[in-house]
Design a protein around this ligand. Structure first.
Ligand code: MN
Length: 491
């Protein structure tokens, strides 16, 4: 959590730290580095709150090899310190303005001080990958003699490669008899490969972050190491695999750091299949185009449908949402999907569900019906609209104003549905099908509710009515199958 929070622009509140810590604990990690106690009062509040949770995992604070850093860690009540000292000549000279002897001495003093106060000490060499290995080893030895429980080798700027990592760890683990951790950064995209190489050469622990968050290009991704160890090396960890994806989503949301679409395992596209030859293989056996099943890490397969959709991908996508259809029904669903795809639409699960529901005859009656819509606008009037709708047969009348007539009408609709079906309009697009002022216009809207996204369409010669119809159609689809509509008496 500490290095993850060093992602530019990220700062977690104590409550957010607690949420993440609980999830990391449930995920099965052994140590949670909850923060760096010296940073600020807020940071200490966060670390203390995590300590108070009484989690199974060891709770750790980052600390430089300085007494005040350790004192603040002690104040927070953590189990251990990740005690970091610069070990490359570059860092010793430029950052600390000291020499090797002085650094060794301050490190030994810090380890002794932390041990005297009952902390577990993991002594960490910062920029170790650019340090002189003989000096590093002598410093580690001095640290062990002073009482360090574990060591850590940091590839602070991500310049290791798997071969060198293997060599270094073979040497260190043969000569130093305490557990050694590997801490990698992903500047060259090798963080996971280097971490695995270190583990193969005897590293006992790996420092990782969920989604690979962290400074610059980030740290080694937890999910990658856990899945690679299990799937490629047959090594079991204590990580609860099915918690990986939910934890990834939580961390992304609380940190405000989106996960790249093509990020391995947890990116949106990682288990998404576009229509075509692959879906044919997948229909026969999902292993044809997937290294592991998405369920392994707690997520679901997604089949993307669009204008290229074939019958096979429709059958596959229907199966993913738990539906079966006869051949003529599949033909009809495919036709409607292509039709939507032709309009440049990415056909979502909710779109498919709604098309399938109507073709398979499971579609329930529209719950919201538009009875009347009147709009007043002009160069001196504030655009004003009144709407009359029925919700499950019960009449509701509302009015609204807006920047223009469409805005006013949609605002009136929103008000009539407020507390009943709160939906968000994400996208609004108008297309003229024919030329001239008597053209038929087509309105496409993208709407969402509780994370579900659908697109809906309305058409007609009146742009306001087409917009209102698209909006009503969208709402009906969003409240359809999940009983999402509340009785109006309950706000
Ligand atoms: Mn780091």
């Amino acid at each position: 959590m500490r290095d993850g929070e060093q992602t530019p622009g990220v700062s977690l509140t104590p409550e957010e730290k607690v949420w993440i810590a609980r999830n990391l604990d449930a995920l099965g990690v052994d140590v949670i580095e909850a923060g760096s106690a010296i940073t600020s009062r807020g940071e200490r509040d966060g670390i203390k709150a995590v300590v108070k949770e009484g989690l199974r995992a060891e709770i750790c604070s980052f600390a430089r090899a300085l007494k005040p850093d350790i004192d603040y860690a002690i104040e927070c009540g953590v189990d251990s310190v990740h005690l970091v000292t610069s070990v490359s000549d570059l860092h010793i000279r430029e950052k600390l303005k000291k020499d090797r002897t002085a650094v060794t001495q301050m490190t030994v003093d810090a380890v002794e001080y932390a041990k005297k106060h009952g902390l577990v000490v993991e002594l960490s060499g910062e920029d170790a990958s650019r340090a002189d290995l003989d000096y590093l080893e002598s410093l580690y030895r001095a640290g062990i003699d002073a009482g360090a429980d574990r060591l850590c080798f940091c590839d602070t700027v991500g310049v290791l490669d798997p071969e060198r990592t293997y060599e270094i760890f073979s040497r260190l683990t043969a000569s130093l008899k305490v557990p050694i951790s590997i801490h990698c950064h992903n500047d060259f995209g090798l963080a996971t490969a280097n971490t695995i190489a270190a583990l193969r050469a005897g590293a006992a622990q790996a420092h990782v972050t969920v989604n690979g968050v962290g400074e610059r290009a980030g740290n080694t991704a937890l999910e990658e190491v856990a899945v690679v160890l299990k799937s490629l090396y047959g090594v079991e960890t204590r990580i609860v695999m099915a918690n990986i994806y939910p934890t990834s989503k939580l961390v992304s949301r609380l940190m405000g750091v989106p996960v790249g679409l093509n990020k391995s395992l947890v990116g949106e596209n990682a288990f998404m299949h576009e229509s075509g030859i692959h879906t044919h293989g997948l229909l026969a056996n999902t292993a044809t185009y997937e290294p592991i099943t998405p369920e392994t890490i707690g997520r679901k397969r997604q089949i993307v449908l669009g204008k290229h959709a074939g019958r096979t991908s429709v059958v596959m996508a229907l199966r993913e949402i738990g539906l079966e259809a006869t051949e003529p029904q599949v033909d009809e669903i495919t036709r409607q999907v292509k039709d939507l795809g032709d309009r440049g639409k990415h056909v979502t699960d909710a779109d498919l569900m709604s098309i399938a529901d109507s073709v398979l005859g499971i579609k329930s009656q529209a719950r919201i019906k538009l009875i009347d819509c009147t709009v007043l606008s002009g160069n001196r009037a504030t655009p004003t609209a009144s709407v009359k709708i029925t919700i499950d047969g019960q009449e509701v009348v509302e009015s609204g104003v807006g920047l223009g007539p469409v805005d006013a009408a949609l605002n009136a609709l929103r008000r009539s549905l407020s507390g009943v079906a709160d939906v968000k309009l994400d996208e609004y697009r108008v297309e003229a099908i024919t030329g001239g002022t008597d053209a038929i216009v087509e309105v496409w809207v993208k709407m969402s509710r509780d994370g579900r996204v659908i697109s809906a369409r309305g058409a007609g010669p009146d742009i306001i009515m087409a917009s209102v119809l698209a909006f009503v159609e969208g709402i009906n689809r969003l409240v359809q199958e999940n009983n999402g509509i509340k009785a109006r008496s309950q706000p």
